[in-house]
Design a protein. Structure first.
Length: 81
């Protein structure tokens, strides 16, 4: 099968885009892991502080439910999801 110059250029361009996306995903992956680590650490600190002041399990569950709703609203407003 013969490939025209035009088709070859298009294939090269598509492959270039794929490689750029792959590089970006790998880069974001490191950032994602760092952000997740920071999020976990922050959540542990907040829950520990809440328990230190006497918040009960039900209080923490209510706060978590409210927080999830706020996060969903923020994501919806940003257009990310």
């Amino acid at each position: 099968m013969k490939v025209s110059k035009r088709q070859l250029r298009r294939i090269i361009q598509e492959e270039k885009v794929k490689l750029q996306e792959l590089d970006q995903v790998e880069y974001q992956s490191d950032e994602w892991h760092q952000a997740m680590d920071e999020l976990r650490e922050g959540l542990v600190n907040v829950v520990t502080a809440a328990m230190d002041v006497g918040l009960l399990d039900d209080d923490l569950n209510d706060a978590w439910a409210d927080t999830k709703l706020m996060i969903r609203d923020m994501l919806d407003a940003s257009g990310e999801f």
